[in-house]
Design a protein around this ligand. Structure first.
Ligand code: FPP
Length: 253
């Protein structure tokens, strides 16, 4: 059964007035880009863009929750981001703790569940402790899953899946014949999560940057020139509205 979402009837957003719940993307993944350029335009240090970007994470998580998106995956720190100056890396890795310190009560109020994906063992203890605490605290929430990609790289993810598969085959825990796409995907960080229906990248860049390469095989892509710190609820709803106009064929006709 489909339902009307009152949220979309907001005149300011000039959206399709009759969206149906069954056309809302279940899983939206976002490559949040443009923080540095946003700061530079204002003569501010790059980290000021990341700080502003953190607040946008809060707004978009609330918007996604309101729109009844089930999973919102955000690319917060990639395996390549270690190449940035140490001060910027340190800042980026302090943001999850700061975000959760400020917004955890609000996330709880909104029934949001925190998840992470990535090679978390390499993260500083304070980052791991903050996300572990938030994951434990929110584990029984059954609203939006807010999934942070932290120290995430898709090639690394696929490679570690292959290594684990080989190990499981050597230990007779997985047979060669049983390995299919479904079984393979269970070795990825996203096991148990639906694949992204919609992938958004901000700031005008049109690259995937090693993000969810397996999982986005059939995702719709949506690009905007808007820099992440300027990305508003209206922009997010615009992306959902565009998504609703598309016909997904999955290779069929
Ligand atoms: C890319 O912009 C953005 C990042 C590498 C970091 C994204 C992080 C946030 C938006 C904040 C995360 C918040 C939480 C709660 C974890 P860029 O710095 O590459 O921008 P540029 O291309 O303009 O230089």
């Amino acid at each position: 059964m489909s339902m009307r979402l009152p949220f979309f009837n907001n005149k300011k957003t000039k959206l399709n007035e009759t969206p149906e719940l069954d056309t809302i993307p279940k899983h939206v993944a976002i490559i949040m880009d443009g923080n540095g350029r946003w700061a530079k335009k204002r003569g501010l240090p790059r980290v000021a863009g990341h700080k502003e970007g953190m607040d946008v994470v809060r707004q978009i998580a609330k918007a996604a929750s309101k729109c009844q998106v089930e999973i919102l995956t955000l690319y917060a720190f990639s395996t390549e981001n270690w190449r940035r100056p140490k001060s910027e890396v340190d800042y980026l890795l302090r943001l999850p703790k700061e975000f959760l310190h400020i917004y955890l009560p609000e996330l709880m109020e909104n029934n949001i569940k925190i998840e992470t994906m990535g090679y978390v063992d390499m993260l500083p203890d304070h980052t791991k402790e903050a996300v572990d605490y938030a994951k434990e605290k929110t584990k029984d929430n059954d609203g939006l899953i807010l999934n942070f990609a932290l120290n995430y790289g898709s090639r690394f993810e696929i490679l570690q899946a292959v290594k684990q598969i080989i190990t499981d085959m050597e230990n007779d825990e997985l047979s060669f014949d049983k390995l299919d796409e479904q079984r393979f995907s269970e070795y990825l960080y996203t096991t148990g999560l639906a694949e992204p229906d919609l992938l958004i990248r901000t700031s005008g860049e049109k690259r995937l940057s090693n993000f969810m390469l397996w999982q986005i095989a059939y995702s719709e892509f949506w690009f905007t020139d808007v820099l992440w710190p300027d990305f508003k609820e209206e922009t997010f709803v615009q992306a959902l509205d565009d998504y609703q106009q598309r016909k997904r064929r999955y290779g069929g006709v």
